[in-house]
Each structure stands twice: as C-alpha cells, then as structure tokens.
Design a protein around this ligand. Structure first.
Ligand code: S6P
Ligand code: ZN
Length: 200
C-alpha cells in the first residue's frame, strides 16, 4: 500500500539519488566483479616520505585499493577492498600511507578477508593501538583515530572497508608526523617499535 508510512504523510516521496547495485567480492583475493572504479595503485615511490627510508625498488607495487565509488556525501557509505603485497622497505613491512579522516569524527569498519596484518591506530595527542587483521576480523575505527594497515605475513593482506561517505582522507598530517609506532620483522615475528621521528 503506498502512502502508509509516517515519513510519507506530510510531503512528497523521497527520490533516491542512486540505483541499487550488486558486485561480487572474491573473498580471498579481494577482487570485485564487475570492477566499479579504477583501482588505485600505490608503489614504493608513492610512499616516499611515509616509510622511514627512501624507496629501494621505486616501481614495485605496495598496495591497491579497489573502489566502489558513490557520492562523497554523509548520506552514503563508501566502500573498497585493499590488497597489500608482502614485503619490506628498510625495517618496515609494506603498509598503507595511513590517514586521519579529513572530517575527523567520521568512523569506519574493516572486515579482514585474508592474509595476516596489523592495524595501527593513533589519536592526534599520540595515543595508539595495534589491532590484528586477518580473515574474519572486524576492526571498528572510531572517529578521531588515524589508521594504517600493515602486512606482516608472506601472502597478500586483503580487507574490505566501509566508511561514512563524506569522511575524506588527510594524508598530510601522517606524512609530516608518521605514527607513534613502526612495525617490521623481529626475532620472533612482527615487532612493534617506537617511531624515533614521531614528535614528542
Ligand atoms: C579509507 C579506508 C581505506 C584506505 C585504504 C588505503 O578511509 O581507510 O579504504 O583508503 O586501505 O589506505 P590509505 O591510507 O592509502 O588511504
Ligand atoms: Zn579511513
């Protein structure tokens, strides 16, 4: 029955901005079928200034983001998969640039799909957390926490992200300050150590 809901009593119908769509997510590889947008590819060169040392193999791909673009508005939910290759630069495992959301209070959810990773989270006043990412983990990233994912395993790290549409990404703060901790290979597996260049 049309017109039955309180929402509709007082005014015109809401006209949807988008049509529904469905995409197949290949759970292990993170591939989307069909692709919905142009994959964003990040090489070692693109991460110059984010790792502690200069790129060792500048053209090598570190990670890709496969987007499902929708309008960047707070009424929408952005989502994408991220695939981080295994590898290191200097003493650090391959990782994303990491960012605060440009609109600081916007939150996000990660669903781990495959591989072995860590999620570094940090506040602007220097508090930090390190959480696991692997198949089946759900990481809740509250507003105000910068986030960077790190592949600590031998296989690609794959996760799905969904976040408030108008969140945006502030990379400049991370490029300037980094995160309070770095993650790289240690004697007994992945080691978390203090970032010597993080401002005190
Ligand atoms: C976006 C969300 C992810 C990252 C992706 C790459 O808010 O957190 O989709 O964009 O994992 O990381 P980065 O730091 O290069 O954007
Ligand atoms: Zn984010």
């Amino acid at each position: 029955m049309r017109g039955c809901c309180p929402y509709m009593l007082g005014g015109p119908f809401m006209q949807p901005k988008l049509d529904p769509f469905t995409t197949l997510l290949e759970l292990k590889s993170g591939a989307l079928d069909p692709e919905r947008g142009t994959p964003q590819v990040r090489t070692q060169e693109d991460l110059r200034g984010f790792f502690q040392v200069a790129p060792e193999d500048p053209d090598r791909v570190v990670y890709q983001v496969l987007p499902m673009p929708v309008p960047k508005e707070n009424s929408e939910i952005q989502c994408s998969t991220t695939i981080i290759e295994p590898g290191t630069v200097g003493d650090e495992y391959y990782m994303t640039k990491g960012h605060f959301h440009a609109v600081r209070d916007r939150s996000e959810i990660y669903l781990g799909l495959s591989g072995e990773g860590r999620l570094i989270l940090a506040t602007e006043d220097g508090r930090y957390r390190v959480e696991p990412i692997r198949e089946g983990t759900i990481n809740y990233v509250p507003g105000g926490w910068a986030h960077r994912s790190v592949n600590v395993g031998d296989d690609p790290l794959v996760f799905f992200a969904a976040y408030v549409g108008d969140a945006g990404q502030d990379y400049a703060t991370i490029e300037r300050d980094g995160f309070p901790v770095l993650i790289g290979p240690g004697d007994d597996g992945p080691a978390v150590r203090e970032n010597p260049t993080y401002p005190s």
